[in-house]
Ligand binder design. Structure first.
Ligand SMILES: O=C(O)C(=O)C[C@]1(C(=O)O)C=C[C@@H](O)C=C1
Length: 261
């Protein structure tokens, strides 16, 4: 989601640690709104049940059907030309059929081989969804799957944005990173790229945004209605603490390990 000016081919090296962090802050909004949208529906377990779907000519659940087909359309429309985007089912995606924009080549080419969406998919359905969706079934399986995809994509974009964060950090201090990369020292790299106080700030801000964005706005009173929250704000903080931040760091380490290839 880098700004248009940053993406133009002749705009030079404009990613900085401050600018990538600004982008991560903006992505928090997208993720929190995605959580709110998914929480509108109950768990709707049929969406995920392969045996329920029985789609002619397709083997898999309704959510897989929606994700695979939507990704195919979006691939044709050029979505995956942007190095910030990573498909959940990258195998056999059709090529883009639209005029291509020339995205700035900021990342090392090794970045293209990093896609941890399988782990994100597993975390989403096994860990996050049970916390987020209340139990029940309202029949809105297609809408549920569409909201799942949109939220999955925003979480995936945030986590894979670690590639950009890592590239900026490497360019800022190659002398610190290079020996660790050559030694394949994952632990040392993890330590070097970690800023505990920044993580703390991210977690607190996400928690606050989740409370503010998720409240009912009431015109007839100064107090906003905290009884009828749109979702449990602690889900957003758990998501960031347990998965988003650790996986963003994992992407950074994977990226750095390939940086000198
Ligand atoms: O801001 C950074 O430096 C990042 O690498 C991003 C991030 C995060 O995921 O929010 C990850 C690792 C750091 O320890 C701090 C924050």
């Amino acid at each position: 989601m880098a700004k248009a000016a940053e993406q133009s081919p002749d705009s030079g090296n404009v990613y900085t640690l401050a600018s990538v962090r600004e982008d991560l802050v903006r992505q928090e909004d997208t993720i929190i709104y995605g959580l709110i949208e998914r929480a509108k529906f109950p768990s709707n377990s049929h969406t995920y049940d392969e045996k329920y779907a029985q789609i002619q000519g397709f083997c898999g659940s309704l959510v897989e059907f929606v994700v695979k087909n939507t990704e195919a359309i979006q691939a044709k429309a050029g979505r995956y030309k942007n190095p910030e985007e990573n498909a959940f089912f990258p195998e056999n995606l059709p090529p883009s059929i639209v005029p291509s924009y020339s995205f700035k080549q900021f990342l090392h080419p090794g970045a293209a081989s990093i896609n941890i969406n399988k782990s994100i998919w597993k975390m989403y359905f096994k860990e996050l969804l049970p916390l987020l969706a209340t139990s029940g079934d309202d029949g809105n399986y297609a809408q549920t799957a569409a909201n799942d995809l949109s939220l999955l994509q925003s979480i995936s974009r945030r986590i894979h944005y670690g590639k950009f964060v890592a590239e900026v950090k490497f360019r800022d201090a190659p002398q610190d990173y290079e020996p660790l990369i050559r030694a394949k020292d994952k632990e040392g790299l993890m330590k070097l790229l970690t800023f505990t106080s920044v993580e703390e700030t991210v977690r607190k801000r996400v928690e606050k945004k989740a409370v503010v964005f998720g409240q009912e706005v009431n015109l007839n009173s100064d107090d906003n209605d905290n009884e009828n929250r749109k979702f449990d704000p602690s889900v957003a903080s758990s998501l960031y603490k347990n998965w988003v931040i650790p996986l963003t760091k994992e992407v950074q380490v994977e990226y750095l390990l390939r940086r000198l290839d």
